[in-house]
Design a protein around this ligand. Structure first.
Ligand code: ADP
Ligand code: 5GP
Length: 196
């Protein structure tokens, strides 16, 4: 691994958002991206198949397992993890270049990835999105209608473990009322850096 830039005043800042699947993270991040167009969104690489409506290069870079594993061997990922049976990773060079250009970054990654990023960038602003309850989480996963039963079962089984990692994060936003959660998240991003 070639680089470890520090996040100083001239560099951009990293915002990491994590949540158990179905908590509403994509919905909230989409709202943040609309509200803060200057915030660079880190498009992850994944071996997962695209969902209906997802676009390569916009939502993810969809790659083969072989290509992803070659990236591991070459040290291409700032972090990577196996999540719900698929591989996900963040391009190290893009993070380094974007921060060095002074742009803030929004990352949507899981708890394992957050731990790895915090080792490199301890000043990253970490935010955990929580559903109001596991029952609501299940309801949202079903309502979304994008995953089969086996996928929903895997994601629910992982949810408890992910929720137990919430204390790793500096901020917690409960996504019960969507408008309120959006406001809280945007306030956090807006004020982080001033308050931290
Ligand atoms: P994640 O990215 O965390 O897996 P999504 O953003 O895809 O979750 O949200 C899961 C489902 O829940 C979607 O159908 C979304 O429209 C819905 N949803 C998100 N937030 C809320 C909320 N506050 N109240 C009700 N439904 C929500
Ligand atoms: P989904 O398949 O629902 O889009 O994402 C599943 C999980 O993978 C989510 O928790 C999401 O945050 C996480 N994820 C997405 N991209 C990355 C990444 O680049 N690295 C890591 N570690 N997790 C990721």
């Amino acid at each position: 691994m070639s680089h470890t830039p520090t996040v100083g005043s001239k560099n951009g800042r990293l915002f990491i958002v994590s949540a158990p699947s179905g908590a509403g993270k994509s919905t909230l991040c989409a709202a943040v991206r609309r509200q803060f167009p200057h915030l660079a969104y880190s498009i992850s690489y994944t071996t997962r198949a695209p969902r209906r409506g997802e676009q390569d290069g916009r939502d993810y870079f969809f790659v083969s397992t072989e290509a992803f594993e070659a990236g591991i061997a070459e040290g291409r990922w700032a972090e990577w993890a196996r999540v719900h049976g698929n591989l996900y990773g963040t391009a190290a060079q893009w993070i380094a270049d974007t921060l060095a250009a002074g742009r803030d970054i929004l990352m949507d990654i899981d708890v394992q990835g957050t731990r790895q990023i915090l080792e490199r960038f301890p000043e990253a602003v970490t935010i955990f999105i929580q559903p109001p309850s596991l029952a609501v989480l299940e309801q949202r996963l079903r309502q979304r209608g994008t995953d089969d039963e086996a996928t929903i079962a895997t994601r629910l089984a992982n949810a408890c473990q992910e929720m137990a990692s919430a204390p790793l994060y500096r901020h917690i936003v409960v996504n019960d009322d969507l408008a309120q959660a959006q406001r809280e998240l945007m306030d956090l991003i807006h004020h982080a850096g001033q308050a931290d």
